[in-house]
Design a protein around this ligand. Structure first.
Ligand code: ATP
Ligand code: MN
Length: 532
């Protein structure tokens, strides 16, 4: 039984411009779950997890993500169509509109923090219109204890109002939804969208500025775990490449599935307190850790269930981007606190839908820098479009939409750290084998897991390697628990000529994309480029 009156402490939001709201402060996960059900905003799956729909938006909206351009950001941010400038006065008037909108309403306030290493801790107050958005913040951010709450001093503010719609003509937005970061006022202002990912990626973007600029720490869009031997591994990759999937490994302790910092003191720490996993085609057999995390406390997003609350994970009728969020303690094998040593192995994950890149290859320092700046994966067109052609997608640092600084600033930090720590860097293609999308198949998860395990165990240290003729990557000729035939991608294609053509095309896409970074790159980095 949860006693709501006991948990509810009243706090005034007048200083934020929110007046006479009915404030639900720091409700427990169970209370927020119940609130969501009683307001008719969600249902319960048969596992006890809450299921909600995020509404019009079921994914982030990068074109509606702005940064206030002022004295703090003007000369530091890499402005352009990723970091879109927003004027200070426009922010102030939009903020006032949003807080007026939230006034008189029943709203949810939660104090939480980011960064598991207390030297980097960022206190966050999250104000949400919806109870489930607040529960998401409970799942994803770190949870202060009673003692810490007593003296809690919020530094950043997240204001989340899905029901508020901006008027682009007046408010200076592109359309009715927006996510705006203000580094001077320390506010992430989100409106017009209920997609919960905007909340976590808003704070991620803020940390991607704060940590390198003020704290000499490299922020990374990666997952991390640690082995029995205490060795840390990190996994970079764009959406859908396998960060969350591959970091949940029963043999290793999970540090985090998406956002980490690498400090000058040679440690890695998680920014978050939970995971946000894709659940499309999820099965207990293939991904037992994630499957079993879907219990009371978890929030399923945009999934389809039958009348018994049984989720059909193959149903993509609402979106392909079906998700579940849960606190990290829903995973059995976790590192406490979420901190590890310098990584010994770094994996760059890519889902190459052209079937060109080898399933695993070892990178030289130059190749590591080149591939990090390139940030390649492929996008597979939604089947409903009737388009079967994948497209190459390059996103610098494997996370350009969240990186306020110029990509080379992060790349230089990574290069320095890789050199100082002597880390192994591997490129892992979790995408297609035997041909491109439509012809070949996605790499079997068990093979990708076996390749990663072999790299981590040192089993790839003494095997023979061969060089990829175009990408110049070192491919192992054998790997325990993986059929040797699949290690060289060309061997998996029926039509070898077609492979060469496809490989050259992809190499050209890499080169075209890299042109804009060439003037920043030294010879070592340029030596990491494909040959042809
Ligand atoms: P995001 O940044 O959006 O959270 P992510 O990198 O964490 O993305 P995952 O959530 O791990 O990506 O998604 C990978 C998806 O691909 C999962 O649905 C997984 O089941 C599927 N998959 C299929 N084959 C493989 C493979 N060989 N390796 C990794 N994932 C695979
Ligand atoms: Mn993920």
């Amino acid at each position: 039984m949860v006693d709501k009156t006991q948990a509810t402490k009243t706090i005034s939001l007048d200083k934020y411009g929110i007046k006479n709201a009915k404030v639900n402060y720091q409700l427990s996960s169970e209370e927020l779950h119940q609130e969501t059900l009683s307001k008719g905003q969600g249902t319960e799956a048969n596992t006890g997890a809450l299921a909600i729909n995020t509404g019009e938006f079921t994914g982030r909206s990068p074109k509606d993500r702005f940064i206030v351009k002022d004295d703090v950001t003007r000369d530091k941010v890499w402005w352009g169509n990723i970091n879109i400038p927003f004027p200070t006065d426009m922010f102030d008037s939009l903020y006032e509109k949003v807080t007026n909108y939230l006034s008189e309403k029943e709203i949810y306030v939660r104090d939480s923090y980011a960064c598991a290493d207390e030297n980097y801790r960022l206190n966050i107050r999250v104000i949400t219109e919806m109870p489930w958005s607040n529960m998401f913040a409970y799942n994803m951010f770190l949870r202060p204890n009673e003692e810490e709450l007593k003296s809690f001093d919020p530094e950043w503010l997240v204001v989340n109002a899905p029901g508020f719609k901006a008027d682009p003509e007046v408010d200076g937005t592109r359309q009715h939804n927006f996510a705006i970061l203000n580094f001077t006022k320390k506010i992430a202002l989100i409106g017009g969208t209920g997609y919960t990912g905007e909340i976590k990626k808003g704070i991620f973007s803020a940390l991607n500025f704060i940590l390198p600029v003020y704290k000499n720490t490299m922020p990374m869009h990666c997952s991390a775990n640690v082995g029995e031997d205490g060795e840390t591994a990190i996994f970079f990759g764009l959406s859908g490449t396998g960060k969350t999937t591959l970091s949940a490994d029963p043999e290793r302790k999970l540090i985090g599935d998406d956002e980490h910092g690498w400090t000058a003191e040679n440690t890695i720490f998680n920014f978050e307190g939970g995971c946000y996993a894709k659940v499309i085609n999820l099965t207990e057999e293939q991904e037992p850790d994630i499957f079993n995390a879907i219990k009371p406390g978890a929030i399923l997003e945009n999934v389809v269930m039958d009348e018994n609350g049984e989720v059909d994970f193959t149903d993509t009728s609402v979106t392909q981007n079906t998700r579940v969020s849960y606190p990290i303690y829903h995973i059995k094998n976790i590192q406490k606190p979420s901190i590890g040593k310098n990584p010994k192995n770094i994996f760059f994950l890519t889902a190459d839908a052209f079937g060109v890149l080898p399933p695993i290859s070892k990178l030289t320092p130059g190749q590591a820098a080149y591939h990090f700046i390139s940030g390649y994966t492929a996008k597979v067109a939604g089947t409903e479009d009737g388009i079967n052609e994948p497209t190459p997608n390059f996103s610098a640092c494997f996370g350009a939409p969240f990186m306020p600084l110029h990509p080379t600033e992060y790349a230089e930090m990574l290069s320095d750290k890789m050199k100082a720590s002597g880390v192994n860097v591997w490129l892992v293609n979790t995408g297609w084998t035997g041909g491109p999308y439509g012809v070949g198949n996605r790499m079997k998860l068990k093979f990708t897991r076996a390749m990663i395990a072999a790299a981590l165990n040192g089993e790839l240290q003494n095997v023979e390697f061969e060089k990829h003729p175009i990408f110049n990557l070192m491919m192992p000729k054998t790997c325990p628990n993986v059929p040797s035939e699949i290690l060289n991608p060309k061997e998996t294609w029926k039509n070898k000529k077609a492979y060469d053509i496809q490989a050259k095309e992809l190499a050209n896409s890499f080169k075209e994309n890299f042109a804009k970074f060439e003037s920043y790159a030294n010879d070592e980095i340029l030596s990491g480029a494909p040959l042809a």
